[in-house]
Ligand binder design. Structure first.
Ligand SMILES: N[C@@H](CCC(=O)N[C@@H](CS)C(=O)NCC(=O)O)C(=O)O
Length: 215
């Protein structure tokens, strides 16, 4: 009997990327909560799976993985879905946007959460730096989504990875009305039942945030 995939997670932008992908793919999995507020990411049992002490992590049989980008690639490879065929130009375009998320539209927005949402008033310089960089990255995404539905040709793990971070637009003090292409893409994906199910893993964190329709 094949073992059920185990997803170690918490309701954060990086955690929901993987639960949304698992829901889109219709794979059976067990979500194991790792309460990062209570410090459970430092438990030796979890560190054996995720040596960097971060969620998400995934175990599938003999394969244990940390880093959400790799986990998404693993799931796409396992199922042959949510990514173009390996080696095609479309594949590399998809991977480029996945890497863009992992290198920029995650680390920089994470710093925006740290300084703008959780530590306001501590550093004017840091607030200005990460506010500016966050806005710049949303402009890059908005330009990419001009006249296209997804960052690559079809819905892919790159969209899922980016969407996880866009869903915290309020933490980032981003008004999606300023980025109309991002707004359309964000709401289209938010309407997908798999996104709604994946957003609520490992615990219901309330409805998917939606920008006010009227200003
Ligand atoms: N590059 C990693 C980042 C993972 C990450 O930063 N996870 C956060 C939650 S979104 C975490 O576990 N934080 C716990 C801590 O910093 O102690 C990935 O994409 O998986």
């Amino acid at each position: 009997m094949t073992e059920t995939i185990k997803l170690y997670t918490w309701p954060t932008p990086n955690g929901i990327k993987v639960s949304i992908a698992l829901e889109e793919l219709g794979l059976d999995y067990e979500a194991v909560p790792v309460n990062i507020i209570e410090g459970e990411q430092f438990d030796p049992g979890f560190l054996a799976i995720s040596p960097n002490a971060k969620i998400p992590a995934l175990v599938d049989g003999d394969t244990a993985l940390m880093e959400s980008g790799v986990i998404l690639l693993y799931l796409a490879e396992k199922t042959g879905r949510l990514a173009p065929r390996y080696g095609t130009p479309e594949y590399w375009t998809m991977l480029q946007w996945l890497m863009w998320q992992m290198a920029h539209f995650g680390p920089m927005l994470g710093q925006a959460h740290h300084f703008l949402k959780f530590n306001p008033g501590k550093s004017e310089y840091a607030e200005s730096r990460y506010r500016g960089e966050t806005a710049r990255l949303y402009r890059v995404l908005d330009t990419r989504l001009e006249a296209r539905d997804y960052v690559a040709d079809e819905l892919s793990i790159a969209d899922i990875a980016i969407w996880g971070w866009a869903s915290r637009f309020d933490y980032q003090q981003i008004d999606l009305h300023d980025y109309p292409n991002v707004m359309r893409w964000y709401l289209d994906l938010a309407d997908r039942p798999a996104f709604q199910r994946g957003y609520a893993v490992p615990a219901d964190a309330g409805p998917i945030p939606r920008p006010e329709q009227n200003r």
